[in-house]
Design a protein around this ligand. Structure first.
Ligand code: 5RP
Length: 223
C-alpha cells in the first residue's frame, strides 16, 4: 500500500502532466500552499526557465519556488493565469472545498480568483460527501475574534483560535469545528459578511475546475 506521502507525490506528478502545456515561455501559473503543493513545487522547479514564473499563495510557497529557481511574480503585475494548482483539506462531489489548514486561505482565494482554471490536488482521504468534518478555518482581524467566535457558536459551531499562529497578513485564524455544511456557497457568503472576517476557507463560489485524486489504484480526474 502506498503511503500518504507517496499518494501526494503521485497526484503532484499528475498535476505536472496536466499543466505541462502551460509550462511555456511567457506563461505564469498560480501555486498553492501545503504539503501536497510542496510536492508539486518540487516537481515544478526542474521546469524553471521554461515558463515565465509563478504567483505564490503564501510566503512559504514563494520561498520554496525561489529556492528552486522559479521567478515569483506579484499578483498585481499579472493580469491572468491559465491555471492555479493547490491542495485542499476537504473536497465534495461538486468540487467545493474547505481550505486553510495551512492558514493561507486568503491569498489562496485571491490567486485562484485570477486563474482561469483551479486544479485541486488531493489524496482520496480528502474526499467527503458533506463539508465540515475538518474544522473550517476563518481568517479574522484580531479585534473581531470574540465576536466572530460568538457568531460561530450561534450557528452550532465550536470555534477555537489557532494558537501561536499569525497569517501572512498579520491576522488570526479561528477554526470552527462541528459544522455540517449543507449549503457551502451560502455559508461562505454569510461568514464573509461578518465585520472583521477577512476570508473563510469555504471555496464554493469559486470551486475547483478539476480535481486530481490519488488513491492506491492511481490518480483519477474529476470534473
Ligand atoms: C493551506 C491549504 C492546503 O491546501 C490544505 O491545508 C491542504 O494541505 P495539505 O496538502 O498539506 O494536506 O489550504 O492553507
Amino acid at each position: 500500500m502506498p503511503t500518504q506521502q507517496q499518494l501526494k507525490q503521485a497526484v503532484a506528478q499528475a498535476a505536472i502532466d496536466y499543466i505541462r502545456p502551460h509550462l511555456v515561455p511567457g506563461s505564469i501559473i498560480g501555486v498553492g500552499t501545503g504539503s501536497t503543493a510542496d510536492c508539486f513545487i518540487d516537481l515544478l522547479t526542474p521546469f524553471a526557465g521554461q515558463f515565465a514564473g509563478a504567483v505564490a499563495s503564501s510566503e512559504r510557497t514563494a520561498q520554496r519556488l525561489m529556492q528552486g529557481g522559479v521567478k515569483v511574480f506579484n499578483l498585481n503585475d499579472v493580469e491572468t493565469m491559465p491555471v492555479y494548482v493547490d491542495g485542499a483539506d476537504e473536497i465534495n462531489p461538486a468540487l467545493q472545498m474547505i481550505k486553510g489548514g495551512g492558514g493561507a486561505l486568503t491569498r489562496e482565494k485571491i490567486v485562484a480568483s485570477v486563474a482561469r482554471e483551479f486544479v485541486c490536488i488531493v489524496d482520496a482521504s480528502k474526499q467527503v460527501d458533506v463539508l465540515g468534518a475538518f474544522a473550517l478555518p476563518v481568517e479574522v482581524l484580531p479585534m473581531a475574534v470574540a465576536s466572530v467566535m460568538r457568531f460561530a457558536r450561534g450557528i452550532g459551531g465550536n470555534p477555537a483560535v489557532r494558537e501561536g499562529f499569525v497569517t501572512d497578513n498579520g491576522n488570526v485564524i479561528v477554526d470552527i469545528a462541528g459544522l455540517s455544511i449543507a449549503d457551502p456557497a451560502q455559508l461562505e457568503c454569510t461568514l464573509n459578511q461578518l465585520p472583521g472576517v477577512v476570508t473563510n476557507g469555504i471555496f464554493a463560489r469559486h470551486s475547483a475546475s478539476v480535481a486530481l485524486v490519488a488513491d492506491p489504484q492511481g490518480v483519477r480526474k474529476l470534473m
